[in-house]
Unconditional design. Structure first.
Length: 406
């Protein structure tokens, strides 16, 4: 079974790699088309809504935009959709590999909600679908004609979801799920609204009918939402690397404020691309919000040392705590790892436990058994540069302990 831990680690790596690559493609095309649309020269005669000359890679490009559609169906039409679909699919696969398969460690926090693994997974998957249903209903209501009010309601919904996730899941999973919740809305916008509307326009062109401009208007609203949601999603997807973002008492407020950062930053670039000036006040607002987030992160929200020692172990943790070699492994971890992976690290220059992983108590060590095995047992990833001098014999001891429980 220990070989499965290695294969699972590589599977998680492959899925994450795929997710990053596809996300780059989606975000890149999204940012490009938003900048292109805002920067078009519209002071031109003719049926086109705007045009632009661009230079890149030694070549010159001439681009025209039609508000509804050209008079005839082009012979070659490029669709931008798979960037979005593959990003969401790979992200959902990573959710299953990391958070569902590792629910005991990464998803469920018994101190917040003592629920079964299957219940946590149902909440995880169900919340993504519910979010889209509510959002889509709001967009199709009369509020769709009041985009500012609609955006404010969307922000309120995100704040509520941020709070709700934090009541059930670990801090790391709560922020990740808020990002997945938002990304699901963005991809569903493409799959269920933008692409179908474009297909209607194409079908009208092929049939010789004049397309209804309302379909383009609806798609533009959803595309604008995606534009402002992109940066917060990136932050939330990266948050699992930074315990100050997810491992504090007010992590749900920090996550909510990230969406305001997305608005201020994108407003600056959207205004610049539209040649409407450079609203530098947005950078001042961004800095203020960021400082507030940093201040909120100073309030601890992790399991205390005393609580870790006193709590009942899960069945998985008990398996590792009762395995042969646990006492020897604990001595190695506490002697070589806990100076950094502590509630109050004592290693010079380390102020917070890396990735929020604590390795001080027996419960801590049993909880992170697989990470210890992968990071310090069969590889030399930890400690960095082997600064605490773990010997090969110690690493073999850690590996034997994990394998004994597996």
């Amino acid at each position: 079974m220990y070989d499965m831990a290695i294969l699972w680690e590589w599977l998680a790596f492959a899925v994450r790699w795929t997710h990053v690559i596809t996300a780059i493609a989606w975000i890149g095309s999204s940012f490009y088309f938003i900048a292109l649309d805002l920067g078009l020269n519209r002071d031109i005669p003719g049926p086109a809504d705007g045009e632009e000359w661009q230079v890149h890679g030694g070549g010159f490009y001439f681009i025209q935009k039609y508000l509804v559609a050209p008079d005839a169906m082009p012979a070659h039409l490029t669709w931008f959709k798979w960037e979005s679909y593959s990003t969401w699919l790979s992200g959902f696969a990573m959710l299953m590999v990391v958070y569902w398969a590792g629910a005991n460690l990464y998803l469920i926090d018994p101190a917040k909600a003592d629920i079964a693994i299957w219940q946590g997974i149902v909440l995880s998957a169900g919340s993504l679908a519910v979010g889209w249903v509510i959002y889509d209903f709001l967009c199709k209501s009369p509020l769709g004609e009041r985009p500012t009010v609609l955006m404010l309601l969307l922000f309120v919904m995100l704040v509520v979801m941020s709070w709700g996730y934090n009541q059930v899941f670990t801090g790391r999973a709560a922020l990740l799920h808020l990002g997945a919740f938002t990304a699901t809305i963005m991809t569903a916008n493409v799959f269920l609204i933008i692409m179908p509307n474009q297909r209607i326009v194409v079908a009208d062109l092929k049939a010789g009918r004049k397309p209804d401009p309302k379909y383009g208007k609806i798609a533009k609203l959803r595309s604008t939402h995606n534009n402002y949601l992109t940066l917060p999603v990136i932050f939330l997807m990266l948050s699992n690397h930074y315990p100050l973002a997810f491992g504090t008492q007010y992590a749900w407020i920090i996550a909510a404020l990230v969406f305001l950062l997305g608005v201020t930053i994108r407003h600056y670039f959207n205004s610049m691309h539209a040649r409407k000036g450079k609203p530098t006040w947005t950078w001042a607002a961004t800095v203020i919000i960021f400082v507030v987030m940093a201040w909120l992160s100073s309030f601890p929200g992790y399991e205390t040392y005393e609580a870790s020692e006193a709590r009942n172990l899960t069945s998985t943790e008990q398996k590792f705590a009762q395995a042969d070699g646990f006492d020897d492994a604990s001595q190695i971890v506490q002697g070589r790892c806990s100076m950094c992976h502590a509630r109050e690290p004592v290693w010079d220059g380390i102020r917070w436990a890396p990735k929020g992983v604590f390795l001080e108590t027996p419960a801590d060590i049993a909880k992170h058994a697989q990470q210890i095995y992968v990071q310090a047992g069969i590889s030399h990833a930890m400690p960095p540069a082997n600064v605490t001098g773990i010997s090969d014999a110690d690493r073999q001891t850690l590996a034997r302990w994990f394998r004994a429980a597996s």
